[in-house]
Ligand binder design. Structure first.
Ligand code: ZN
Ligand code: ZN
Length: 260
């Protein structure tokens, strides 16, 4: 899906810096197809039917299912983490663990690439987030959602603000997102708080890719920061019950990744 397909409806975001959301035109209707009505079997078909097995199969099937779940857990999406230029690598394992735990996604080994200079915005000496998303998608693997990670300041257009600095930007129900640590470390937080901010922002933006919009649940990580890093700091770092229910509806976990 290219950036030209985006319907640009900007959310005001977790910003003052924070994140804005690009709503893309991907259909979010993931409801099951209606059950097809089976025609009544003919006499010959009835005759070919095999008799019901004598042994109840529920127990062995359930056991087999459990074994398969353990060996091949169900996931909602496959994510590729891509370092754009520089990023604090010591946080990568924590980011990956948070994404797996909160969103039940598979995470591919992190890759690195240069910052796309096509995204540079000379007037403010920073990088346009939506251009970074376009670059991630152009170089991405089909069926794999892209989460870019960077230290440079990133910005996007938000309402009357032509160039507005953000923590991150993600496509709603789409396949690309990016986070920056630039605005997460300006007040020189202690390492534990700094890592918490990064993980929470990464899961927030990945949540947008899975279709979650901002919510008002107390301390849910999908809250809109409304211009304050404090909202991130006061988050539980987890999805609230409403967002978890919504996630199951929008992006049900499957054994075969949905985009494969
Ligand atoms: Zn957001
Ligand atoms: Zn929520």
């Amino acid at each position: 899906m290219g950036p030209s397909n985006y319907t640009a409806r900007w959310k005001h975001a977790r910003s003052f810096p924070a994140c804005a959301v690009i709503h893309c035109c991907t259909c979010l209707a993931l409801a099951c197809a209606p059950a097809r009505t089976q025609p009544a079997p003919t006499g010959a078909e009835r005759a070919r039917k095999t008799p019901a097995p004598a042994v109840p199969r529920a127990a062995p099937l359930a056991a087999a299912d459990t074994l398969q779940d353990a060996a091949d857990p169900k996931v909602r999406r496959v994510l590729q983490l891509t370092i754009l230029g520089e990023f604090p690598r010591e946080v990568l394992a924590e980011i990956e663990a948070s994404l797996r735990a909160e969103l039940q996604v598979d995470v591919l080994p992190t890759i690195e690439r240069d910052l796309p200079q096509s995204a540079y915005y000379p007037p403010r000496k920073r990088y346009r987030a939506e251009r970074l998303l376009a670059a991630l998608e152009q170089n991405g693997t089909p069926g794999v959602s892209q989460l870019g990670l960077t230290v440079v300041d990133i910005s996007t257009t938000k309402g009357k603000h032509v160039d507005w600095g953000v923590f991150g930007l993600g496509t709603l129900g789409g396949d690309s997102a990016v986070i920056s640590v630039h605005r997460l470390r300006r007040d020189k937080p202690a390492p534990a708080l700094y890592h918490f901010r990064i993980k929470t922002t990464a899961v927030h933006e990945a949540g947008h890719m899975l279709g979650l919009d901002h919510c008002t649940e107390p301390r849910c990580l999908m809250n809109d920061a409304e211009g304050s890093i404090r909202t991130v700091d006061e988050s539980s770092g987890k999805l609230g019950p409403n967002c978890r229910t919504e996630l199951d509806r929008l992006a049900p976990a499957q054994r075969t990744p949905p985009h494969d």
